[in-house]
Write a protein that binds this ligand. Structure first.
Ligand SMILES: O=P(O)(O)OC[C@@H](O)[C@H]1O[C@@H](OP(=O)(O)O)[C@@H](O)[C@@H](O)[C@@H]1O
Ligand SMILES: [Mg+2]
Ligand SMILES: [Zn+2]
Length: 177
């Protein structure tokens, strides 16, 4: 099974230091919807693993978060594709949960859902925590330069991290190679 896991903010949609607090603030990055649809139509299952501490912080509620994800699904469907399992961590940094990246709980959850191995499975993110979560379960860390990616590039990356400009470049790589 061809499974790809994506971080959300900064990979699929624009991120903000003020958090993405509403459907109106949830704006796809250029080419990201098309990339997901192309991957889906090429036989890839595209899942999402996203930290959403804004829930714990009271910036937005679960209904709003679900509305953002329905928007994502609708936009990809308009391009003839579909989005797989979307998993989020609603907890705050101090709650000690198992799902908040850089912990790999969400990746494990997604792999178990599809009954696939995490080894070498590509996980695409824009933050160091995304890459560390991948490394923790022997998945392939993949950094995009969108969102916080350029800033993350200045940090020490896990060995073997792959680097791409954006999600469209990743789709081109996976579909045509
Ligand atoms: O990139 P993903 O995982 O999809 O989502 C990141 C968001 O949940 C937010 O994560 C926050 O980090 P803290 O959760 O406050 O450490 C900040 O980085 C925000 O700018 C960002 O919007
Ligand atoms: Mg992100
Ligand atoms: Zn959590």
């Amino acid at each position: 099974m061809k499974l790809l896991i994506l971080d959300r903010d900064g990979v699929i949609n624009y991120d903000s230091d003020a958090y993405i607090k509403s459907v109106e603030e949830w704006i796809p990055l250029p080419g990201s919807i098309e990339a997901i649809a192309q991957l889906s139509k090429a036989g890839w299952t595209v899942a999402v693993a996203t930290n959403q501490s804004g829930i714990a912080r009271g910036y937005y509620d679960l209904a709003t978060l679900d509305a953002m994800h329905e928007r994502l699904r609708a936009l990809v469907a308009e391009q003839g594709g579909e989005v797989g399992l979307i998993v989020y961590c609603p907890h705050g940094p101090d709650e000690g949960c198992d799902c908040r990246k850089p912990k790999p709980g969400m990746l494990k959850n997604i792999a178990a859902h599809y009954n696939v191995s995490l080894t070498n499975l590509w996980f695409v993110g824009d933050s160091l925590g995304d890459l560390e979560a991948a490394k923790a379960v022997d998945s392939q860390p993949v950094l995009v330069k969108t969102g916080k990616g350029e800033k993350t590039l200045g940090k020490t990356l896990p060995a073997g991290t792959l680097i791409f400009d954006d999600l469209a470049a990743i789709a081109a790589e996976l579909i045509h190679n």
